[in-house]
Design a protein around this ligand. Structure first.
Ligand code: VIB
Length: 220
């Protein structure tokens, strides 16, 4: 099977994720600041758990080559994504230490622990499939929404769009996608295993929809 089969199998959830009202408003620069602030704080906590999940992928690896594969993602997460969130939140007077003290919202707990559980219960492929909607979806959103006309002065969320639409992130995701294609290549799309992986991917995609929504709902 292919990565595209995972996406096609949950097409309507995939669209709900990548074209969510949160994304539309973020790209237009009209997302209320309180919603973005809630999202960034929760996403900081999300990324912390994701770092654990990438570390788990290294733990679950059977070969040295597989172990090395997990490292660049873990590094990018700790150095660039978390750093972006921390420096953005500093504008509001929120320190990294204060962000770490913020309670996790239910959608943050549900999504991150689902991913970690998929990896604990299954093998490295289960884990990489659970991790995939996150990188693939943000890469698609970045590709579709970031363009050079975005003015960082007029769109307050320009730095988010630049992070995910930028070459460094896009290149990283494309190599993760190639790696996932290799893991999936020997699995038949309609086999029991293929269906298990489709379910994991669709569940993580639904969790992404709920993650956008929870910040909107928190500010109603
Ligand atoms: C809810 C949520 N989903 C996806 C991402 C994007 N993301 C998180 S970790 C990672 C891979 C390592 O860089 C990517 C692309 C996010 N920030 N928040």
């Amino acid at each position: 099977m292919k990565v595209e089969d995972l996406i096609l199998h949950c097409q309507s959830d995939w669209q709900a994720y990548t074209q969510h009202p949160f994304v539309e408003q973020l790209a237009a620069g009209t997302l209320p600041q309180a919603v973005y602030q809630h999202y960034l704080q929760q996403d900081f906590l999300f990324l912390k758990q994701y770092a654990r999940a990438y570390a788990l992928a290294i733990y679950k690896a059977r070969t040295l080559a597989e172990m090395r594969h997990g490292l660049p993602s873990l590094q990018a997460l700790l150095d660039s994504e978390i750093a972006h969130h921390v420096s953005y939140c500093e504008q509001w007077g929120l320190s990294e230490a204060a962000m770490e003290q913020t309670p996790e919202a239910p959608g943050t707990v549900a999504y991150t622990r689902y991913v970690l559980d998929s990896g604990c219960q299954g093998d490295a492929t289960d884990l990489y499939v659970a991790l995939a909607p996150c990188a693939l979806g943000y890469a698609q959103i970045g590709r579709e929404r970031f363009h050079s006309e975005i003015d960082l002065d007029s769109n307050p969320y320009g730095s988010w769009l630049a992070l995910y639409g930028g070459d460094e992130f896009q290149t990283g995701v494309s190599s993760s996608r190639d790696h996932l294609e290799t893991l999936l290549a020997e699995i038949d799309v309609d086999s029991v295993r293929g269906n298990q992986l489709k379910t994991i991917f669709a569940t993580a995609t639904r969790m992404e929809v709920a993650f956008w929504q929870q910040s909107i709902d928190a500010c109603l």
